[in-house]
Design a protein around this ligand. Structure first.
Ligand SMILES: *Cc1c(COP(=O)(O)O)cnc(C)c1O
Length: 440
């Protein structure tokens, strides 16, 4: 299947080109020409399928024309070697726990899938070394670095804003060594993202190095995020069939804590493929650019501000272009399927405290935005699912400070914390970054 650029000024790309390049030559994001619906019989029996079986059906719709079936199946099954359980938190509100992977955030799904698909293309073509550039506000860096760790033919450069990620997050990508280099940028996440984008646009750099992006602009990271929306629905339907919850129409409201909008856009693709979702809610922190867009019809990016939900501190969400593309630039069409909320740090903290007290469910600051949106916004008879995007222990100081209790740290996280941090300090000036890359 071919991919077009959201800016419509670049030639079409094959899947391989889109994955290897990351961003189109006109700075647009790649979009598949077709979003295939899945047949009714798939939805009719979805609750009988495993996560891996469901994900393979979805992956086949996206990538089946371009990747041999056995390879694709292997990639999907290897990627999803952990569960994504749907857990009841309150009456009619369920948490889709996306933090059971190796780095305890949803980005493991896209990171692991992309590493494997890119590895497949590189092996197939016998390409020279590919350099993956990834800007992170915290969780992307760890998921991508761990997904790519030790993959032959690929070197990963993780750019992160100095002092703006939690210690645990930082440890997850600065302690790995091997083919992973962490670059500590004296700036914000937006500065990191700008450096990566500038690098892709720089002719001299691209002549010298094969560069690609592992941010959610890359289709191989972005599209696999659709998998767990289908699995969430399957689990909800199973509960309804088993009468674990009332009602026999499980078409849920899905709330996604959003920063760069890759996660929610993958869900919107799922809905386009026929997944029964009543509507979506995009939950923002104080960086409420999308929320403002919904209110006014005008998209006004602005510099991000730091919040306790730091993975959502994004001032110019890159996947907004895909949302526009999906709905033909229609504000009305977007508003019909997606609503928005925005919460301050005080509201996020209050939600975490109250949910812990009332339901004994520990939210992380991002998931808290999702839970609160459902608590406030579900209409009578609706069932809500929020995406719990990371494990609360990834934000240990914040979470412990808010609930006033010690939080148990999962063994997987403890192991990272024992490593020694190694990073390369850099300014936010592109000239410095370029000089470094040219010296490789
Ligand atoms: C990345 C991230 C988000 C935001 O996801 P987007 O796809 O960028 O919208 C939300 N929560 C956590 C924990 C994250 O790591």
């Amino acid at each position: 299947m071919n991919y077009y650029s959201t800016n419509k000024q670049a030639p079409d790309a094959t899947l391989e080109e889109a994955v290897v390049k990351g961003l189109a030559a006109d700075k647009g994001l790649f979009m598949p020409y077709a979003i295939k619906s899945l047949p009714q019989d798939f939805y009719d029996s979805i609750e009988t399928l495993s996560f891996q079986e469901i994900a393979y059906r979805v992956a086949d719709a996206f990538f089946g024309e371009d990747v041999p079936a056995d390879t694709l199946k292997q990639i999907v099954y290897d990627t999803l070697n952990f569960d994504v359980p749907l857990v009841k938190v309150a009456e009619n509100i369920y948490s889709l726990e996306l933090f059971h992977g190796p780095t305890l955030a949803f980005k493991d799904v896209g990171g692991r899938f992309m590493a494997r698909l890119l590895g497949y293309f590189i092996a197939k073509e016998g390409k020279k070394q590919v350099n993956v550039l990834v800007a992170t506000s915290g969780d992307t860096g760890s998921a991508v670095a761990n997904g790519f760790l030790g993959v032959e033919g690929i070197h990963v450069y993780v750019l992160y804003p100095k002092g703006k990620v939690s210690e645990i997050q930082e440890k997850q990508f600065t302690t790995l060594g091997q083919n992973i280099t962490a670059i500590e940028v004296d700036g914000t996440f937006d500065d990191c993202q700008a450096l990566v984008k500038s690098a892709f646009m720089d002719r001299e750099l691209n002549e010298r190095l094969q560069l690609t992006s592992a941010n959610s602009i890359n289709v191989a990271r972005f599209l696999p995020q659709a998998f767990y929306y289908f699995y969430a629905y399957a689990q909800l339907k199973k509960m309804a069939c088993d009468k674990v919850q009332a009602g026999n129409n499980p078409s849920p409201v899905i709330c996604v804590p959003s920063g760069n909008f890759g996660n929610i856009t993958a869900g919107l693709f799922g809905k386009r493929m026929g997944l029964p979702v009543k509507r979506f809610i995009a939950a923002n922190n104080s960086n409420d650019i999308f929320y403002q867009y919904l209110q006014t019809g005008v998209y006004t990016p602005r510099p991000s501000v730091a919040t306790i939900a730091n993975a959502m501190d994004v001032g110019d969400p890159s996947n907004f272009a895909r949302v526009l593309g999906l709905y033909d630039n229609s504000h009305a069409a977007i508003s019909a399927e997606v609503s928005g909320v925005a919460y301050t740090d005080e509201q996020i903290a209050e939600t975490m405290r109250e949910t812990w007290k009332e339901y004994h469910y520990l939210l992380d600051p991002h998931g808290a935005c999702g839970f609160r949106a459902l608590e406030e916004g579900l209409k009578p008879g609706e069932t809500g699912i929020f995406l719990e995007t990371a494990h609360p222990a990834k934000f240990l100081d914040t979470v412990e400070g808010i609930i006033g209790e010690a939080v148990e740290i999962p063994a997987k996280l403890k192991a990272f914390m024992q490593g020694e941090k190694k990073s390369l300090p850099l300014t936010k000036e592109f000239a410095d970054f370029k000089k470094y890359l040219m010296s490789l």
